[in-house]
Design a protein around this ligand. Structure first.
Ligand code: PLP
Length: 453
């Protein structure tokens, strides 16, 4: 076929104006979230202290398409539509007959896909009179995305950053401060739970689950303050579908349909955002791609976790969600892909995996960074540590194609750049990076604490 261009772009006028809600098309319905104390299905009233009504409606919506508000499209246009790249130079370097495409989300102000949801979340909260949002952040990407979004609507933002990353990533903290946010190291001395954990261990490295508990407790205590979550929930994955909708239009422009989609899965949002519109096309019989989740070997939620009800946070304050989990008390080893260190997985991504609509693999970090360096030396862009997993999986597949001669079309989301993660690359080049052994005992201990529903 004719050579495709390196960059496949959309005009602003071609920007998708609706999000796709995969819930409308699920082959089987999902299990509902349950109240943490009563174990009854949660209703809108249970969520109202944390989220605005518009978000709660989206969380439970079964409408296939939801209009993106004009004020959100206006902010999206600062970086959307994002480019789709054909990885000609990586293909050459690998000597593969496969055609590799990547949708690049690092062009957003925060440098990742996360503003696709932080912007509508800030917008809907602001529209309902909320003046401040609280949240957690692991690698700092979600915190900076929310800080950027709240700045667009003149709101305050308070962020609990996992202690390990607070120490390692002062530049992410500075970004949040530039956009006007207040940042705490978590566990922090501003919540009861944080103080309790610090008393037990002043050097606590923290976890996403702990930081969520802190941010939720502060939001729940003040009616003008709400909480925003950067992954896992249905409405977050809904907002991220702009990635897949744009990629569908872009691939159509060059007459391609994917044979394989690969995406890294932390909480599942960039993966779901890319994959769900393609699943819709697959269910409609228009294409038949294999859809593969890639997770870190040190936090293999889909491949080693159990599919059952568990809490979203460590303290057990959030609703119970049916998902793949390593146990809400599981603290993953401090791998560099901080955004993939979460004990659970989006219920939607978990459900689709259980139904056999997707597959999953895990890859250790040394292989991921090796692939990322090869990617950067050919394509130029330095990937964030999280999408190095997707790149490593794409490289594995492209090398397999070299053996078989198959001209597979591989699509992935390069969901963020790594300009603020260069310390991880340093540790790779200095030979300090190691593959962490997964402790089966630690998982078993954490699973023992998961409630029986
Ligand atoms: C937050 C983040 C992730 C992990 O979250 P998902 O919800 O699984 O997408 C992955 N990559 C980047 C760049 C992130 O910022």
């Amino acid at each position: 076929m004719a050579e495709t261009p390196t960059k496949i772009l959309l005009e602003e006028s071609e920007q998708p104006t609706q999000w796709y809600n995969v819930v409308a098309d699920l082959p089987e319905p999902m299990a509902p979230p349950l109240h943490p104390a009563t174990h009854e299905p949660v209703g809108p009233d249970d969520l109202a202290p944390l989220f605005p009504m518009a978000i709660i409606e989206q969380e439970v919506s079964t409408e296939r398409y939801i209009d993106i508000p004009g004020e959100v499209l206006d902010v999206y246009r600062l970086w959307r539509p994002s480019p789709l790249f054909r990885a000609h130079r990586l293909e050459q370097a690998l000597g593969t007959p496969a055609r590799i495409y990547y949708k690049y989300e690092g062009v957003s102000p925060a440098g990742s896909h996360k503003p696709n949801t932080s912007v509508p979340q800030a917008y809907y909260n602001n529209a309902e009179g909320v003046t401040k949002l609280t949240t957690e952040t692991g690698a700092g990407q979600w915190g900076s995305a929310l800080a950027f979004a709240t700045a667009q609507y003149g709101m305050e933002c308070e962020v609990w950053q996992v202690a390990a990353s607070y120490r390692q990533k002062p530049y992410r903290r500075a970004m949040m401060q530039v956009w006007g946010a207040t940042v705490h190291s978590s566990p922090s001395d501003v919540t009861d739970y944080g103080r309790q954990l610090l008393a037990e261990d002043p050097e606590h490295t923290g976890s996403l689950g702990i930081a969520i508990s802190e941010a939720v407790s502060v939001a729940a205590a003040d009616p003008n303050v709400r909480y925003a979550l950067g992954s896992v929930l249905n409405h977050v994955l809904l907002h991220q579908t702009v990635i897949g909708e744009e990629a569908l239009l872009q691939l159509a422009k060059v007459g391609e349909t994917p044979d394989l989609l690969v995406g890294c899965t932390g909480g599942g949002s960039n993966f779901g955002g890319l994959a769900f519109p393609f699943l819709r096309e697959k269910w409609a019989g228009k294409m038949n791609p294999t859809i593969r989740c890639v997770e870190p070997a040190a936090c293999p939620t889909l491949t080693k976790g159990e599919f059952r009800y568990d809490f979203g946070d460590t303290a057990g304050m959030t609703p119970l969600m049916k998902m793949h989990t390593l146990g809400h008390g599981f603290v993953p080893d401090p791998i560099h892909a901080g955004g993939l260190r979460y004990h659970g997985m989006a219920p939607l991504v978990s459900h689709l995996y259980e139904l056999g609509e997707t597959e999953a693999i895990s890859i250790p970090q040394l292989e991921c960074f090796g692939a990322a360096v090869q990617f950067a030396r050919s394509e130029g862009i330095i990937p964030a540590p999280e999408p190095t997993h997707a790149i490593a999986a794409a490289v594995r597949e492209a090398l397999a194609c070299k053996e078989t001669g198959e001209e597979k079309v591989i699509l992935t989301a390069l969901c963020g750049h790594g300009h603020l993660d260069l310390a991880a690359y340093n540790s790779y080049f200095e030979g300090e990076m190691v593959d962490m052994d997964l402790s089966e005992d630690a998982i078993a201990a954490a699973m023992a604490e998961v409630p029986t529903v």
